[in-house]
Every structure is written in structure tokens, then in C-alpha cells.
Design a binder for this molecule. Sequence first.
Ligand code: G6Q
Length: 548
Amino acid sequence: MTSYDPDGLTSTPAWGQLKDHFADSGQAHLRDLFGRDARRGQEYNVSALGLYFDYSKQRVTKETIELLIDLAEQRQLRDRTEAMFNGEHINVTEDRAVLHTALRLPRTATLEVDGQDVVGDVNDVLDKMGAFANRVRDGEWVGSTGKPIKTVINIGIGGSDLGPVMAHEALRDYTKREMDFRYVSNVDGTDIYEATRDLAADETLFIVSSKTFTTQETMTNAHSARDWVVSQLGDKADIAKHFVAVSTNAEGVSGFGIDTANMFGFWDWVGGRYSMDSAIGLSTMIAIGPDGYSELLAGFHEMDEHFRTAPLAENIPALMGLFGVWNRDFLGCATVAVLPYEQYLKRFPAYLQQLTMESNGKHVTLSGTDVTYDTGPVYWGEPGTNGQHSFYQLIHQGTSIIPCDFLFFTHPLNKVPAVDAPDHHDLLVANALAQAAALAFGKTAEEVAAEGVAADVVPHKVMKGNRPSSMFVADKLDPRTLGKLVAMYEHAVFTEGVIWGIDSFDQWGVELGKVLAKKIVPVLVDGKEDASLDSSTLTLAARYRSEQ
Ligand code: G6Q
């Protein structure tokens, strides 16, 4: 077996064949593709694990798919996948294993990495989280004045925030409704002010979630939270009853004043944006209970196994990743819209922004060579149908082609009675189907004119169509399904990263901003002179300072 060459993408035979194929037939219109093949809608899809993935409206043919699968094979996707699952240090720039998949292995599994029994370690933490979550949920864990906890506030940012926020919204229907769950991330004081202003400190529990326990925003918010508890409770304030931590940094946690007995650990092989199913999910577990959390993990694991074992032609995440490469590098699409037709998934696009863009927003390969092709696109989106009344206009008639990921469930979680009116859910799904069809097939000038539209208005009403989309369908949103959906995107991102030869697991661009912010604080606050800063930054800082 030849070793993986991160720089080898453009010299694979499949890459050259895909270029020729695109030149020959890549511009074919979806109207023609459907016209030529009456069974396209029935055949261009995959069903697995209760998910239905319709890719008939991607701009691909059977030949495109065969070539993309050849590309995956020539880029050694299978070997790279095994390397990840087995704990090889595939995050080369940080010299780390990438083992979020180990967080959801069944208890009976075995995996030893760098001499450690990973499954045992993971389950020790899960058991500790479960016991704690039950105590909080059952009112056994009490605050300084002996009252049970009513509100849990997770303080964290980036990977230590977006997953818990998204999961809480997504699984709201399964949460303990007598309790309230809030999330503070921004260093803007308004965030913590608004999260605490109406609360009683003696009924509030803070989870300080930070892998490093040094992140400026999180530590600043944690200190303000501690001050807030002390200011309300005075002498009675027993910090240990109101603060727990999720971190890999025991020293930092105890330095802050949190009892390390109330610290929930994880490991350097869990990247921030891949950590919502580690102890970072403690707020999720308190919200939905340990059993619900086990379901979530089981969903993740099911998708891991599917990705690892299903043939590439029937492998949902692998196909998604391959279509992602096709759309980015051959169709030239710079952005992807994520459009869940499910209100509970309203934070899913924001979650996926970090997962996709922090992972694949890279300009060099694993060997440090500049890439000669485009890598990760911009991800963005809003839940349907709201977006239809704002930005969909550009997707339909703008000059950019924006592939869309649509998603809906066949059963709503809230069946709202409608008397003498169409059912909410029927309308919701009809809208998702209508949008995908309109994007694919558009409307020709002839069709517009046939409706009696004045000749000078016809061009304005033409919709060129040929806008690609995927449609994901599942039965209903529950913890297990959410786990499958998140893992599906994780592995699609991984697939793209392997094809592109980049490190999907580091984030050096994020680090530079963190370092610079630290440098600027003394300039703003104490007027420190720093000749290493540029004249624009110094002028803005002086202006701010003069107004204080
Ligand atoms: C994610 C990133 C980043 C990280 C935050 C918070 O992959 O590494 O978003 O999660 O910067 O870091 P801490 O958890 O260390 O506070």
C-alpha cells in the first residue's frame, strides 16, 4: 500500500477524468437530466439508519458518481478513515489523535490509544456525568440556601458552546421543562447580564466549559458569574454548590476555586468543534437526562459504523463530501446553505458553520504546500420557511450558484390542531419540496410568457434553475436522530478534508486573533505603547481610550 500523499490530489487519474467529464457534460441542466431519465427521482438516493438522502437534484450523473468514488479510493479515504478511528495522529500540526468517534463507542468495545484504555476512560466520565445530572434533575443537588437548582447556565465559547446550544434547542421537546437552560459565550457583558438579570443565584448552577480553561471570554464570564453569586448571597455563598467545570485543565479549574471533584474531564484527542458528545455535553445531559444522552451517543455511533463500513456508493457522509468537492472545485460554488425545515433545528446552521468552516477553511495541505484548488466553502443558513421570505431570492435568481442542504421530518413534534385550515406540517414540507424543485428546474422565458406576463417583465420572472440541492428526510427529531445527523456532517467534512489533503482538525487562524486580543488589552486599558501594532489599530485604541 502506498502512503497517503496530501499533495497528490491533482495528479490522481480520477481528478483529470473529472475535469474532462465536467468539460463534456458538467453544465447539463437538471431539467434535461430528469427529462432523460424518468427514474432519476427514484434512483438517485440512499436510505440508511432511517435517513433518506435524495441527491437527485445534485448536478451529477452516474458517471460523475463513479468518478468521484474513484477519486475517494485514489485519495485513500478508507485508509484515512481507519487511521482516524484507530487513533493515529492524523491532526499532524498538533500531533494529536482525532478520536471523537471513541466518545460514542459501546461500553463493550475496546480501544487502546497511546497506551490508554480509551473506552474505560470515556465511560468513567459518562458515569460521573450521569450521577451528577440525576442529582441536579432530581433536586438532590442544592444551592447555598438548600434550594434545588432551577437554572443551569453553560459558560463556554466556540466548540464549548455551539454544540450545547444547538442540542438544547434541537431537543427542547425532550428536556426537563421545569428547569431553564441558558448559554453565555460572548465576552460582551450583555450576554452574562441578560442571562442572569432575572435569576436567583441560590437556584442557579454554572457549568464553566473550557477545554483549556484559559480562554479569555470564558474566564471573564466565569469571574463575573462568581462575582454575581457572591454579590447576591454574601456570606452564604458556597461557590462549590454553584460551579462545576468541564475541562482538561485540573490545575486551572482548582485555581478558579472549583472543587476538582466536580470537574468533568475530556482529552486532547477531542477537538473543540467535535466535543458536543464529550463532557462538554453536560448541560445537554442534565436537560434530557442520561437515558436521552445515551440515545444521542447511540445515534452518533450508528452513523460512525455506517461511514466506516457502507460501500461508498451507499455511504451518506462519503457521498455528501464527494458532492461537496464536486460543487466546490468543478461547479465553483463558494457557499452552501443549510436549510432545516424544523424549527427546533434553528441553531443547526450556526453549529455547522463552525464544524465545516473551522475544519476545512485551510489554504495549505498537510505538508504545508499551498493548495492549487478551492477548499472549504462558506456555510450559512436559517430554518425554513423564514429564509424563503428573505435571502432565497438570491439563491433563485442571483448570479452565484449556492448548493442547498434541505432537511425535513415526516412527523412533527408538535401537532398543532388546524380547523378549516391546512395543517402546519403539511405546509412546512410542501414548502421544502417546492423550493428544491424551483431551484432545480426554474422557469423558462416561454413558460413565463405563456402566463400572459408582459414582454418587458418576462426576463425578471425567468428562473434559470439548475441550482443543486440535497434533501434529507427522517421520521422525527429525537436524540438518536440528532446524533446521526451531526455525525453525518462530521464525516462529510472529514471526507472533503481527505480529498483536499488538509488538516481538518487544527485551527491556527483562530489562535492568531486570541493572541492579538491579549496584546491589545493593555494598550486600551493602561495606554501601554506597543510599536508592534499597526497605525490603524493604535489610532482606534487611542480613540476608545480618550472616550473613557
Ligand atoms: C474548536 C476550537 C474553538 C474552541 C474555543 C473554546 O474546535 O478549538 O472553537 O472550542 O476556542 O476553547 P476552550 O474550550 O479551550 O475554552
